[in-house]
Design a protein around this ligand. Structure first.
Ligand SMILES: CC(C)(COP(=O)(O)OP(=O)(O)OC[C@H]1O[C@@H](n2cnc3c(N)ncnc32)[C@H](O)[C@@H]1OP(=O)(O)O)[C@@H](O)C(=O)NCCC(=O)NCCS
Length: 436
């Protein structure tokens, strides 16, 4: 996609709706520092974060340059320069089954001031984003959610999960493979500005649910500007026997006066099984560490089968993380690959209209799907569902059989849910390891 998304006018319906409520919906050009600063501080207020120090504003302005930013203003408020609503968005790539991507509209920084809550500001902002993405021809929208109760009403559903892990290091001996390459401790910037991003991109296509990310999201893995974190972050890289970068881990140790310390793993990415084993073995064998904790890890981790005591590794907080919304059924379904051939008919309802209709998906022997609109053919496995369920199923991590049992999907032909699952399943559970 070109940079048109940055200048595309705001959605006219939302502008009118908000105007009727005495509010101005404004597109931020990114060239006015004072306006940007007020917008940024409003986001911090919305998420109960501390104010961003003045010396960090320029850096943030640069970091947000690739986003489309908008604010809602109440000119009657005492501080009329600070928006009462904020949102930002940008196009990115979302990995789908089959080592490929779909163009996705990422939505972020949705906040409404506590003084203006529950009068429809967020609804207008969200519907505006969906219409804008649809107008620009982006087939799916994605977000990560602060609460699981907000976005279903806009046609989103959780499609990729994440989990936290806690490993009791003192009970664990590494029993997995011994890698053939080398782990190197390196300075953050050597990998942040060096080959790290390319590695990430290479790995991303292997796991549905990952998104292409850069700028502030990438830099944030290494440090939170101005926070104490930057002083503690350690980075290791893994080079294979040929000396090529195949993995990296970013972590921080929280020291407790030399008592066994906690290692907080911020991010681990491995292009090969060898790199994965090398990095985990390294982490588990660092002296003075009592526990390793992780956040936003994959829900299935091979390390469980590479340690002497599997009960010393506990999965915690497994749950929804990436929320998906299908805007264009044909483009979205044709972007991914399938694990079984066949014909699937979908009767889709959608309160906002984008995905509503009857569709036929024909998958050939190579796992390539072609979608047409129209009624089910006699050979089709037919399901009736809403845009939400379609979103939950899209990346292959949720089972139609389970949704049918839950009453969320209706089988119009016997065995349709199982036929759907055979085609849609993903070998690896979809996962996303960052917030955006
Ligand atoms: C979440 C938030 C943006 C909602 O803003 P808002 O302007 O009050 O929302 P709206 O008035 O447009 O509400 C739209 C709908 O969502 C519902 N809703 C809004 N916030 C909700 C919440 N936190 N939990 C459940 N439902 C919520 C409303 O009841 C309304 O439902 P309806 O239209 O089906 O009757 C706002 O509460 C906020 O800023 N929260 C803190 C920051 C945050 O969590 N942002 C989300 C980031 S992912």
């Amino acid at each position: 996609m070109t940079d048109d998304y940055l200048t595309t006018p705001l959605d006219a319906t939302a502008v009118e709706n908000l105007k009727a409520g005495g509010l101005r919906f404004v597109h931020l050009g990114g060239d006015d520092k004072a306006t940007f600063e007020a917008w940024l501080q409003a986001i911090g207020r919305g998420f109960h974060a501390p104010r961003v120090p003045a010396e960090e504003i320029d850096g943030r302005l640069e970091a947000f340059a690739e986003r489309r930013m908008a604010g809602v203003y109440d000119d009657t408020a005492s501080d009329a320069a600070t928006p009462v609503g904020t949102i930002s968005s940008w196009p990115t790539d979302l990995t789908v089954p089959g080592h490929t991507s779909v163009l996705a509209w990422a939505i972020s920084t949705v906040t409404v001031s506590p003084t203006h809550r529950r009068r429809g500001i967020a609804r207008n902002l969200m519907e505006a984003e969906l219409r804008t993405a649809s107008r620009l021809g982006v087939p799916v929208a994605i977000l990560t959610a602060s609460e699981a109760t907000i976005y279903e009403r806009f046609g989103f559903a959780p499609a990729a999960m994440a989990a936290s892990w806690k490993l009791d290091v003192k009970r664990i001996r590494w029993t997995g493979p011994v890698p053939t390459g080398r782990v190197h401790l390196v300075e953050s910037n050597s990998i942040r500005d060096g080959g790290g991003f390319d590695l990430l991109e290479r790995v991303r296509l292997g796991l549905p649910g990952q998104t292409r990310f850069w700028g502030i999201l990438w830099n944030r893995l290494f440090e939170f500007p101005g926070s104490d974190d930057a002083k503690h972050v350690r980075v290791v890289r893994y080079d294979d026997a040929a000396g090529d970068l195949q993995g990296l881990a970013i972590y921080k140790v929280v020291d407790n006066d030399h008592a066994p310390a906690e290692l907080q793993l911020r991010y681990l990415v491995a292009a090969t099984d060898d790199a994965y084993a090398a990095l985990w073995r390294y982490l588990l064998e660092i002296d003075l560490i009592g526990t390793i904790t992780t956040n936003l890890s994959n829900v299935v981790e091979p390390f469980l089968w590479q340690i002497s005591d599997a009960r010393a590794a506990r999965k915690r907080d497994e749950g929804d993380h990436l929320w998906v919304r299908i805007l264009d059924v044909k483009a979205a379904l044709e972007a991914r690959r399938y694990s079984a051939s066949g014909t699937i008919a979908l009767e889709i309802s959608d309160t906002l209209g984008f995905a509503a209709g009857n569709y036929l998906l024909r998958v050939n022997g190579d796992g390539v799907g072609v979608v047409t609109t129209g009624e089910a053919t006699p050979d089709a496995a037919c399901l009736s569902l809403s845009a939400n369920e379609l979103a939950a199923l899209y990346l292959g991590g949720t089972s139609a059989f389970t949704l049918a049992r839950a009453g969320r999907v209706e089988e119009k032909t016997p065995g349709a849910a199982e036929a759907f699952d055979r085609a849609f399943r993903s070998e690896l559970p979809p996962s996303l390891n960052i917030w955006f």
